[in-house]
Design a protein around this ligand. Structure first.
Ligand code: ATP
Ligand code: MG
Length: 552
């Protein structure tokens, strides 16, 4: 039971009706959501659902610079894809601009805020350093009437950006620098994705967030650890505005450690840079840690939710092993994936004891983990392809796959023996001549004799061509949240993070569509790319390898 669960359970024990638990997920629509956000909103929605309470989706759109409705749309899509429903409670901080403005005027009138003319440099200099009190702004004691007049004229657009800011009047000697008269409104002559040019002053996060929580009746405002030092401000703005009188339950902020994942960069600003510099194909590039990228790559919501539950919620920053996420993905895909055969590096095999034009349609199980997935028919005829790597002309002792004179099982088909190796002029193996034991149809031993290996294959006449995209980590360094002094994330880009391959697939795979999860037997899990696939000609993204390295 993690500490957030404990806090809520304690509140419930002290009389909070569980159904009154109200949380919110507050993304800023300035980029797409990533796996770190998923940790946050699985917790926000999770705590509400567990208690029979509600979770709001609130867009924290107080900074028009990089915000855009296309990010609003993608955030909605991603949260919904993850299986969460915010009903009709989709809110925007910008919906509250008028009310927030009213609270600011209130603070001014009560002598708790003032308009200040210090430049950003002076602001910093006056604020000072921890351990030493700051210096009060010369405007700190500006009469409320004068501040109010200036603030109204700020709103009216009379001043250029940076000329004035509205500051809360708190404590210039607080050991917490955030409490040293923080800015609460600044002038920004920027059009906003929802309010257009209606406003030219915008509230700061610290002011807008807590009051938005209060307006919505949030009880537990869950955020990451870096907001811990902002918490006194969170409480101050609520306590010092009239909203506190209307509240049945005071919202409280609780902080938990953000998710850092090995070989993964989680900063939205830097992800934005990857996109802008075209280092990746877009926010939804399958190598990105974004939910849209993971969806395209074939990760499932169930796997991501399971991962978020497994990592738990703590107060300590740490680095989570990417292998754990892949483990969760693999576990889910093992249950739901259709098994199919595809050959990546084909070696032709001619079956000497098979007739030209004869086709056997064999039964192949779609998913041994799920009987309801049924089976399909796959063709077998005179020529097939196997993986070049499954044959060795001069095998070492422990090599049990195909070699001259040896016998293997062709998956779902026959026992097959290699009788002859055909080479080109330079000595490369170009073809094998093999024979099958017709009595082993279905891959069953006819007489109790055993083969040590089963290999996959595709029928040469029935196979279709396709493309596969193999991904590696985008970065070569494990801890991308803590780069060495002077280093840039681009120093750690993996040049081999994407490899494209031409492959041969069994006929049934040509109809695979985005959203399908497929295990290429003995290879890896794949899914058709949602952007690059065309009807009848899928491009497969490798989701995750078959081999689990978690805890190894
Ligand atoms: P920005 O630098 O743009 O503020 P951000 O990643 O904090 O980036 P927000 O849209 O503000 O983006 O985040 C929404 C919520 O997701 C916040 O409550 C934030 O604490 C949480 N969050 C962001 N990154 C992580 C992470 N890596 N792990 C857990 N929660 C996160
Ligand atoms: Mg943020």
């Amino acid at each position: 039971m993690h500490f957030i669960r404990q806090i809520i359970a304690e509140d419930v024990k002290n009389g909070l009706p569980p159904a009154a638990v109200r949380t919110r997920f507050p993304p800023e629509p300035n980029g797409c959501l990533h796996i770190g956000h998923a940790k946050a909103f699985c917790l926000d929605f999770g705590m509400a659902i567990e208690n029979g309470g509600l979770c709001n989706l609130r867009f924290d759109d107080t900074n028009p610079d990089k915000e855009d409705t296309r990010f609003v749309d993608s955030i909605r899509e991603d949260v919904r894809w993850m299986g969460f429903d915010w009903g009709d409670r989709e809110f925007y901080a910008s919906d509250y601009f008028e009310r927030l403005y009213g609270f600011a005027e209130e603070l001014i009138q009560n002598g708790k805020a003032y308009v200040c003319t210090l430049s950003p440099e002076e602001f910093k200099e006056y604020r000072g350093v921890p351990g030493q009190p700051g210096k009060p702004s010369p405007h700190r004691d500006r009469p409320p009437a004068e501040s109010l007049d200036l603030f109204r004229r700020m709103r009216a657009g009379e001043f250029e950006e940076g000329r004035y800011v509205l500051r809360a009047k708190i404590d210039m000697s607080s050991p917490n620098l955030h409490m040293r008269d923080p800015a609460i409104y600044r002038i920004k002559k920027e059009s906003h994705h929802r309010t257009g040019s209606k406003w030219c002053i915008y509230p700061m996060y610290d002011f807008a967030h807590c009051l938005s929580d209060a307006i919505e009746g949030i009880t537990h405002s869950l955020c990451t650890l870096e907001f811990e030092v902002h918490r006194p401000l969170y409480d101050w703005f609520i306590e010092n505005t009239s909203i506190s009188k209307t509240l049945k339950i005071r919202p409280r902020q609780y902080e938990f450690a953000r998710l850092n994942l090995s070989y993964t960069m989680m900063s939205k600003r830097k992800l934005q840079q990857l996109v802008a510099e075209k280092i990746v194909e877009g926010w939804d590039d399958p190598r990105m840690p974004t939910l849209s990228g993971m969806r395209r790559r074939g990760y499932t919501p169930a796997a991501i939710r399971e991962f978020c539950e497994k990592i738990g919620v703590t107060k300590f920053n740490s680095l989570t092993d990417l292998a754990l996420l892949e483990h969760c993905v693999r576990q889910d895909l093992n249950k739901i994936s259709l098994r199919r055969m595809a050959v990546f590096d084909p070696l032709e095999v001619e079956i000497s004891n098979w007739n030209e034009g004869e086709t056997d349609w064999l039964d192949a199980v779609n998913n041994p983990e799920d009987e309801s997935a049924g089976s399909r028919k796959i063709p077998f005829s005179k020529r097939i392809y196997i993986e070049r790597g499954d044959f060795m002309e001069n095998p070492p002792k422990k090599f049990f796959r195909l070699s001259p004179g040896s016998e293997v099982r062709l998956r779902y088909a026959y026992f097959m023996r290699c009788d002859e190796v055909v080479k080109d002029a330079s000595g490369n193996v170009v073809r094998l001549i093999c024979s099958v034991d017709r009595a082993s149809r279905g891959g069953n031993s006819p007489d109790g004799r055993r083969v040590k290996a089963t290999i996959h294959w595709v029928d040469a006449a029935g196979a279709k061509k396709a493309k596969a995209r193999l991904f590696e980590n985008l970065f070569t360094r494990a801890d991308m949240s803590d780069l060495p002094e002077g280093a840039d994330f681009e120093d750690f880009l993996n040049p081999r993070s994407l490899e494209e391959r031409d492959i041969l697939i069994e006929p049934a795979l040509a109809e695979a569509k985005a959203g399908d999860h497929i295990q290429f037997e003995r290879n890896a899990y794949f899914t058709p790319d949602s952007k690059l696939s065309a009807p009848g000609s899928p491009v497969f993204n490798r989701t995750v390898a078959l081999k689990d390295s978690y805890g190894k």
